[in-house]
Structure formats: C-alpha cells, structure tokens
Design a protein around this ligand. Structure first.
Ligand code: TRP
Ligand code: SF4
Length: 337
C-alpha cells in the first residue's frame, strides 16, 4: 500500500508550548502511524523575519527538535529535517517566483496580517517590508512540493499559504506540463487553546505560554496566577466553572475528575487554591514522560545531530528527484549528469 505524503513545517523561533501540542503535536502523533511524514524545521523561513538574529534560530532548531522528540514523535517514522539543508527548496523558490504576481503576494491574508504585526521590523505601514518576507509563500510552496506533499496538517492561519501553493502548482502544470500535485490542507480539529490568563490564544508574544519544557516550579507559578471566576471571593462561595480558566485546563488535563471539579465548584465545596493544586499535579503527570525523554536527549546531543542529518538526507533525495523532473519540464536540464 502506498502511503500518502504529509508535509508540515514549523518556524524555529521558540520552544513548543501547550498551544502547539494541542493544536498540532497531538495530531502529528497520530499521523506518524499512517503516513509518509516529512516534518520541516523551517529555519530559512524563520530568518525572513528574524534575519538579524541567526543564532536564535539555530538554537531553536535544536530546542524544537528536542520538543518534538520528547512528545513522542518517532524519528524512524517521521523525517525531521532542516530547510536550509535542502538547497533544492531554494531552487524551486526561484523557479516559482515567476508564477506569482507581487499583487497576489501582498493580498495574501496571512502575509498581510504578519506585516501589520511586525511594524518594528517592516515599518508602520509595511513600507519597509523585505522581498524575502513578502515572498515567503513562494518558498513555502517549494517546501510542500519539493517532497510531493499531498496533505499539509496546519491551523487556519496557514490556509492562504496552502491556497497560494495550489495556485502555483496549477500555473506550473499549465505552462510546463503536469508534474506537481495540488496539496490539501489538513485542518487540525482541536485548534487553538486558550491561555490561563483568559486570552483566546496561547502564544509566546502574548506572554501566556506554558512550555513543554517548563519545570515543576514554573508550572506551579503559572497555574497559581490563572484567572478564576471573579465572583468567587471566599473559598466556599459557589462559582461558575465555565468562566474559569482553571476549569478550562482541567478539561484538557483532568478529564477523569472533571464532573467532580465542576460539581464541587458549583456547590462551593472547592477552594480555588486546592483546585489549582490539583491541576498542577495533573499537568505534571502529563509532562512527566515528556521531561524524561527530553532529559535523555539533553544528555545525548549527538543523537539529535544524527536524527537531523538522517532526516535531511532522506528528504534531500526526494527533493533532488522533484527538481530533476521540474528542470526537464522547464527545459533547463542541461548536460544530463
Ligand atoms: N508557515 C508555517 C508557520 O508559520 C511554517 C511552515 C514552513 C510550513 N513551511 C511549511 C507549514 C510548509 C506547512 C507547510 O507555522
Ligand atoms: Fe475555577 Fe476551581 Fe475556583 Fe471553581 S474552584 S472557580 S473551577 S479554580
């Protein structure tokens, strides 16, 4: 049976947090069982808006790899690779850049939003935006097609990028002949998770992220600060769990005692401090095996190098094949080697 190819990428700009785990990682654990899975550490894309901080990106390639492995992604099943180790992606990016208009790139909703979020870097009205940043959807289309990606597991925000890739594929095929396949996005069902501060989203820049690598003390401090029902003043006041972020997290980590938490909260038989402590314990239970795996890799950095090297080698083989075919179609296959 031929497995379908899944390709997804992540920008190595910071450690993975619970938002990544519930929005993506949990789904990757399922996908790795049934698909040919390529997981790209998109360092070149990360540099498009972090070009002044190359060492940060480099460090995070290793950090994220450890995060990915610690949640149980199996490098025997998933090809974890580094974007910059696949120069064919850069080649494809150049070829595809003729097939996209500037207007279309500026109209890409994700690009638009990101430019307006990065005023410090790109100017108040985006007047200082770089060629590289505006063009990153082209490079992402190269990411996907270089491995003949058929399914792209990603969140809502990536829809316009996959759509842009599909357009490039159609244009390429119509001009040069059918070689590329249009990928489909595989939207994650459990997308966003909220922050303990009540924000609809968890994120590094929002300052509410709980990281997979957080230690017990950090978890304790973060949970103790969580927003609870503001109408509950005393320990035995009845409250409404539905407006409480601690309860929201009990839903994620303490499914087995959820109805007890809910009932006791409503009846005023549960204090918020005790309720938070129970949650802290549950989160630590969840993180226990993840911490153990991470500690193992922390002690064996040579394994991380080997995994990335092997993953990049396998990935590069496919990318070379694809570029070979593409060059033939484009009549730039000089001197067959
Ligand atoms: N743009 C994606 C993000 O910011 C990362 C990414 C890079 C990606 N290459 C990709 C996602 C290819 C899907 C497919 O999260
Ligand atoms: Fe939230 Fe628990 Fe306090 Fe109820 S008892 S308000 S669920 S922290």
């Amino acid at each position: 049976m031929n497995k379908k190819t899944v390709l997804t990428g992540i920008r190595p700009t910071g450690n993975l947090h619970f938002g990544h785990y519930f929005g993506a990682g949990k789904n990757w654990l399922k996908l790795q069982e049934n698909y040919e899975f390529y997981l790209e550490l998109a360092d070149v894309q990360a540099l498009t808006d972090n070009f002044q901080e190359p060492t940060k990106i480099r460090e995070n390639v290793y950090e994220i790899t450890k995060d990915i492995l610690s949640i149980g992604i199996d490098p025997k099943k998933v090809h974890i690779f580094i974007q910059s180790k696949i120069p064919e992606i850069a080649e494809l990016t150049v070829f595809y850049s003729n097939l996209v208009t500037m207007a279309r790139l500026y109209r890409n909703p994700t690009v638009k939003t990101e430019i307006s979020q990065k005023k410090g870097l790109f100017g108040a009205n985006g007047e200082g935006v770089t060629y590289g940043f505006v063009g990153y959807p082209v490079s992402q289309a190269a990411d996907i097609t270089a491995f003949r990606g058929e399914l792209v597991p990603a969140g809502d925000d990536q829809k316009p990028l996959v759509e842009q890739c599909r357009e490039i594929v159609r244009k390429f095929n119509s001009i040069y002949g059918d070689v590329l396949k249009e990928p489909d996005i595989l939207l994650s069902k459990e997308s966003r998770i909220k922050g303990l501060d009540g924000n609809d989203k968890m994120g590094k820049s929002l300052g509410n992220a709980i990281y997979l690598k957080d230690d017990e003390k950090t978890i304790h401090n973060k949970v103790m600060k969580a927003i609870t029902d503001p109408n509950k003043i005393r320990k035995d006041d009845p409250a409404n769990p539905e407006v409480c972020m601690v309860y929201y997290y009990h839903k994620l980590f303490n499914q087995e005692n959820l109805s007890t938490v809910c009932q006791e909260c409503k009846k005023g038989r549960r204090g918020c401090v005790a309720c938070k402590k129970e949650l802290i314990e549950k989160i630590n239970e969840f993180l226990q095996p993840i911490r153990e795996k991470r500690a193992y890799y922390d002690q064996h950095p040579e394994l991380i190098d080997q995994i990335l090297k092997d993953g990049s080698e396998v990935a590069r083989e496919i990318a070379k094949e694809v570029v070979f075919e593409i060059k033939q179609k484009m009549s730039i296959d000089y001197f067959s080697e």
